[in-house]
Structure formats: structure tokens, C-alpha cells
Design a protein around this ligand. Sequence first.
Ligand SMILES: NC(=O)c1ccc[n+]([C@@H]2O[C@H](COP(=O)([O-])OP(=O)(O)OC[C@H]3O[C@@H](n4cnc5c(N)ncnc54)[C@H](OP(=O)(O)O)[C@@H]3O)[C@@H](O)[C@H]2O)c1
Length: 247
Amino acid sequence: MAQGVALITGASRGVGAEVARRLARRGGVGTVVINHRDERKSWMARAVAAEVEAAGCRADVLRADLTEPDETKAMVSALGSEHGRVDRLVLNASGGLEHGVDDDYPMLINFRAQVRLVDMLLPLMPRGGRIAFVTSHWAHLERYESPVYARVARSKRAGETALRERAPELAERGVTLSVVSGDVIADSIIAHMLDRLNPGWIRARLDRVGALPDTRAFAESIAEATDPVRSAAPGEVHTVYVGSTDM
Ligand SMILES: NC(=O)c1ccc[n+]([C@@H]2O[C@H](COP(=O)([O-])OP(=O)(O)OC[C@H]3O[C@@H](n4cnc5c(N)ncnc54)[C@H](OP(=O)(O)O)[C@@H]3O)[C@@H](O)[C@H]2O)c1
């Protein structure tokens, strides 16, 4: 069995869960670690772990709210003691559209938590390590016109920019960064939530671009982005687009 360890944040459901399944099936890693936040939904994370194991990989579930420094530290410490390394890190967990969150929450989860996790994990990442930051076209391409999504998009772009600025330091450690940006994912909960808050939004997007990617296509591109790279220039950030970028 392969020896590498992959950590996927926000992998109890949605895109992150599908990335976990795909990494297990593709066979390049020996252990898939599933992070998520909400204790009441740990059963979902455990169900994903069971699928990972059925695909022939070891699985672990490490619950931590990544906006909480102490919880993040405890997760990293458990990773160190139980697995000793993290070869692939998928920064997938995101937030800001949840009901009742404070105004500063998008920045906490999509910017500060991402940078903090990378800082804490770097000592566990060997040379050849891969980080994939998951984002949306609205964030990556800085299209902030949606009143519902603008704050989240800005915070995700702030997280991406901060990580890109770290690329030279990552390169010195032999770690490479990819950014995987997606159009709205047709079968996702967030797409339905945005459409409810902004009626007709999905229809208008479909009329414009013809077809939208689904969770499987997005997850496959994210999983691929964590594959070992043979010829990336030092410090180069590979950007992958999934779905139309016609905005
Ligand atoms: N959906 C789309 O249309 C779309 C389009 C482009 C890009 N993306 C990007 O794809 C990624 C995944 O989106 P998704 O639609 O799959 O999201 P989702 O269904 O809302 O799932 C979010 C996941 O993140 C976890 N999470 C949320 N807050 C967290 C925190 N503070 N700490 C740790 N984990 C946390 C959740 O855990 P719990 O269940 O335990 O709360 C859950 O596992 C995001 O980066 C998003 O921006 C999505």
C-alpha cells in the first residue's frame, strides 16, 4: 500500500467528501484524513471514512473547527503523533453563507484559518508535498457583484492571495501550491442555497455557459492537482479551472 498521507479539510460532505473518495480510489496515498467541524455531523465523516477504507486505503477522522486556533493545533498534533507526515493537503473547507454567522466569519475561515493551517502543517510536509487551495471563479476572478456571495468571494480571494505570496517559501521547502477554481457546482448544497437567496441565478448561469460542472468533475480535478509534479518551476502556482470562466 502507498505510504503517503492526504488531509482534506471539510471532507464530511460535498466536494471534500468526493475528493476523499477519489484520492482513495486513485491509489497514490496510503491514508486519507477527513477533517470537518460539526460534532453532530461526525457520522457523515465516519461514513466517508468507511468508503475510503472500502477502497483499500486507511482512513482517519479528525474533527476541528479551523477557525479555532486551539482545535487546529490539536488536529495538527494528532496528525503528527498518529501519521507523522502530511504529503497532500487539500484546503477545501470554506464558509460564510451559514445562517447567523458574524460579519467577520468569512475572513476567519477563508483567509486566516487557511494560512494558519498551512503554517502549522508545514513542519509535517516532506519535500514533494502538495497543497491544493479550492476556490470559486467569483473569488478567484474577483467578480464581487453578487450581493449574497460578495463577502465570501472577497475572503476566499484574500486567502488565495496570502497563500500565493507564500509560494516561494513553500518552494524552498519543496512544497508546491495549486489553486483549483470552479464554476458553480450544479449538484451542490451551496448552489441551491445561492439560488434560493438569489432566485433565477442558476438558470441565468446555465443560459450563459450551457453546462455546469458537477461535484464529481470538480473533485477529480482537485484530486489530480495533488498528484506529484515532475516539472514545476520553483515557486510556480499551478491554476486549474473547472467549468466555464465566461463571467
Ligand atoms: N458548491 C459550489 O458551487 C462551489 C463552487 C466553486 C467552488 N466551491 C468550493 O468548494 C469547496 C467545497 O464546497 P462545498 O459546496 O462542498 O461545501 P459544503 O457542502 O458546504 O461543505 C463544507 C465542508 O466544510 C466543513 N467546514 C465548514 N466550516 C468549517 C470549519 N470552520 N472548520 C472545519 N471544517 C469546516 C463542513 O464540515 P461540517 O459538515 O462538520 O460543518 C463540510 O465538511 C469550498 O472551498 C467552496 O468554496 C464550491
